[in-house]
Design a protein around this ligand. Sequence first.
Ligand SMILES: Cc1cc2nc3c(=O)[nH]c(=O)nc-3n(C[C@H](O)[C@H](O)[C@H](O)COP(=O)(O)O)c2cc1C
Length: 192
Amino acid sequence: MILFVNACVRKDSRTERIAKALIETLGDKCEEVKLSELGLNPVLEGALEKRTKLAGKGLFSDPMFEPAKQFSRADTIVIAAPFWDLSFPAILKTYLENIYVIGLVSEYNSEGQPHGLCKAGKLYYVTTAGGQYLPDFSYDYIRLMAEKCFGINETELIKAEMLDVEGFDAEKLVKQKIEKIKNNSKAEAENE
Ligand SMILES: Cc1cc2nc3c(=O)[nH]c(=O)nc-3n(C[C@H](O)[C@H](O)[C@H](O)COP(=O)(O)O)c2cc1C
């Protein structure tokens, strides 16, 4: 199962279009989590206390654990998030806070090192930027989380940039990126 973590906000999101083209080529059953409609809250004291208490006892039947379970059992993860303020929309950080449940997505050894429990073999991070894309506080962070905390060792960045800069044809750049994804997938299928 592909888990599509959709952190796109705008109705005509270009990031979402590219991510959907990618998912089509991956050709597996897809579960979409549209973060702007999910109504997740940042993890505050009450929820944190409840979560720590239940997770400490290995009790994961409460609905609060559903997003973490879904993330943990996915075979492939596709995160789509526009480049906002050198990072990504806050709803994605809120989602990560909510799914980061010890005992479901990660566990820690006696030296305090995390060990990932997620099943996914690969995580794709799809983004678009108005200007030049800088990965430091978005893709690089997600890649580290995937490798060090979730146990997902393969990650790939798919990006289109300069979409809001005068003189650049945003529609053409998005279409080119979608074509490239489709061609890569065709070439891979032919090489199999
Ligand atoms: C709140 C907000 C913050 C943004 N911050 C940046 C930024 O730091 N750097 C940049 O290059 N573009 C920035 N942009 C432009 C978006 O990255 C760009 O328009 C992107 O393609 C939007 O993706 P979408 O079409 O999927 O909504 C920002 C846009 C918004 C609405």
